[in-house]
Design a protein around this ligand. Structure first.
Ligand code: G16
Length: 543
């Protein structure tokens, strides 16, 4: 086999964001772009020589081509073995599981998550370390450094490998193991949940619609929900992964999963609805006539996890990202377990899970998961909900009503202002930072600020510091607003405004969240001088 060392130069902008490097697909397809970044990963981890990796992606446009390049580069860099999902497909949680199961040195996951796919849409690559989780900040910083100093990469001149059949192949000295993407993951789920109880629930006529959004979870959901748990054929819709996800955003929220939402709010609604995203780590939960916010879902799962065999002995603790509502904090307090508040990004949960301090984690961005892997896991959340429903034998709406009656309700909504000019967005953030110290006592749209700060995080396990992680503003009466710029967009900047209002048990807990949160929305528009900086006050997406 011949290897080539190709001369190259650093390419600007290869800084990993909240979750790996995400760019327009055509940028990744540009000369040396992908190769530079993959070589930078290998260089950042001290080389690939003798190492084993998992490689797979969500099947979006360019997935198949990029995987062949990665295999050739791994071989040329001396890797011992690469485990690849059949056809190059692996959901993010399944990839995390394979890394842990096979004790590999890490994995390369190709996905831009919930962002749309196609030649003119988005592509992404992230590196996960040996614990199965996203590379922590020290590693992503080393990757950026390596990308800024690179002068060559190594690649093998070999024909493409046929990834269509399960089995093994060789590329020079490197072994390539092509695995069924689903089977190991399904076996793991079977150890956590009471499949018999869920099977009995479906057999008794329980109805469900799972929208796989033409993304990678389709085959997993079919195999587990329909083939294993006996849900009727057709329960899983849009189950065939497509390179362009059928032309929609594979983003499981009420906006992009509108067809499912419409069904669930109609007279024909099944008992339970769920959806997952491009790479299968996000989830949306919706009952008949009842949407469940990701923050509430986290709290409900935490409060009821002991009903599933995998969590019957309780949980060690819980962690949530800072912008996520405090609903789970109240449950943690009742359970008497630790509750951690981390910056946005699943990578911040890894240390806490490895140290045994937390069992369940979650984020407002439709992510929930546990220490069974080191990624958020869409189907895991769906199965835990099913397990809870099978045991409690009441509806999603009733579970939520019970929960609020016990803990009170954290009304919550996220407003996204997408593709705004980066300059204006940064000016807005700096404008608020400049006011933070003087905000307490001031009123905006009739609401008085009680406290305001910029969130920093000190990792309790390794002491690493992460600053500038978002602005928090609390108001009299239990309101909180968080402001931050997204780290996953590919165009301009995305301003995220997170609104939260707590109401205690006994207050009216059925009012429309938009009504409850309206004063906070108006207050923050005024406080940020939003119109001045970004030219508008109406968000593109409200979830
Ligand atoms: C990624 C991260 C999540 C984060 C989300 C949104 O999710 O893994 O931890 O909450 O992005 O981040 P941001 O607000 O910076 O856009 P995914 O599903 O896109 O990989």
């Amino acid at each position: 086999m011949t290897f080539e060392t190709v001369a190259t130069r650093p390419i600007n902008g290869q800084k990993p964001g909240t979750s790996g490097l995400r760019k327009k697909t055509r940028i990744f397809m540009g000369e040396h772009y992908l190769e530079n970044f993959i070589q930078a990963i290998f260089n950042a981890i001290g080389g690939a020589d003798g190492k084993t990796f998992v490689v797979g992606g969500d099947g979006r446009y360019f997935n198949a081509v990029a995987i062949q390049t990665i295999l050739k580069m791994a071989a040329a860099n001396g890797a011992a073995e690469v485990i690849v999902g059949q056809n190059g497909h692996l959901s993010t949680p399944a990839a995390s599981h394979l890394i842990r199961l096979n004790k590999t040195d890490g994995g390369i996951i190709l996905s831009a998550s919930h962002n749309p796919g196609g030649v003119d849409e988005d592509f992404g690559i992230k590196f996960n370390i040996a614990n199965g989780g996203p590379a922590p900040e020290a590693v992503t910083a080393a990757m950026l450094d390596a990308s800024e100093t690179i002068n060559s990469y190594r690649i093998a001149h070999q024909p493409d490998v046929d990834l269509g059949s399960i089995g093994s192949a060789k590329m020079g000295q490197m072994k390539i193991t092509i695995v069924d993407p689903v089977s190991d993951y399904r076996a793991l789920m079977e150890t956590l949940f009471d499949f018999q109880a869920i099977r009995a629930m479906f057999a008794a006529g329980f109805t469900m619609r799972f929208d796989a959004m033409h993304a990678v979870t389709g085959p997993y959901a079919k195999a587990i929900l329909e083939e294993t748990l006996g849900a009727p054929q057709g329960t899983v819709v849009n189950s065939v992964p497509l390179e362009d996800f059928g032309g929609v955003h594979p983003d499981p929220n009420p906006i992009w999963a509108k067809t499912l939402m419409d069904l669930m709010m109609s007279g024909d609604a099944p008992d339970f609805g769920a959806a997952s995203d491009g790479d299968g780590d996000r989830n949306m939960i919706v009952g008949r006539g009842q949407y469940v916010t990701p923050s509430d879902s986290l709290a409900v799962l935490l409060a009821n996890a002991h009903l599933a065999p995998g969590y019957k002995d309780g949980v060690a603790g819980v962690a949530r990202s800072m912008p996520t509502s405090a609903a789970c904090d109240r449950v943690a307090e009742r359970l008497g377990v630790e509750c951690f508040e981390t910056p946005t990004g699943w990578k911040f949960f890894g240390n806490l899970m490895d140290a045994g301090r937390v069992t369940i984690c979650g984020e407002e961005s439709a992510g929930t998961g546990s220490n069974h892997v080191r990624e958020k896991d869409g189907l895991w959340a769906v199965l835990l909900w099913l397990n809870i429903l099978a045991v409690r034998k009441i509806s999603v709406a009733e579970i939520l009503a019970d929960h609020w009656a016990e803990y009170g309700r954290n009304y919550y909504s996220r407003h996204d202002y997408e593709a705004v000019p980066a300059v204006g967005a940064n000016q807005l953030i700096n404008h608020v930072i400049g006011q933070l110290a003087d905000l307490p006592g001031k009123s905006f749209h009739g609401l008085t600020v009680t406290r305001a700060d910029e969130f920093s995080y000190s990792d309790p396990i390794d002491g690493s510091q992460s600053s500038h992680q978002g602005l928090r503003i609390w108001f009299e009466g239990g309101g909180r607003v968080v402001l931050r710029l997204s780290g996953t967009g590919t165009e301009g900047a995305t301003l995220r405004v997170y609104l939260e209002q707590y109401r205690v048990p006994g207050e009216d807990l059925r009012t429309d969240p938009a009504v409850v949160l309206y004063p906070l929305k108006q207050a923050i528009i005024q406080l940020t001088s939003m119109h001045h900086f970004i030219g508008r006050t109406d968000p593109d997406v409200v979830t």
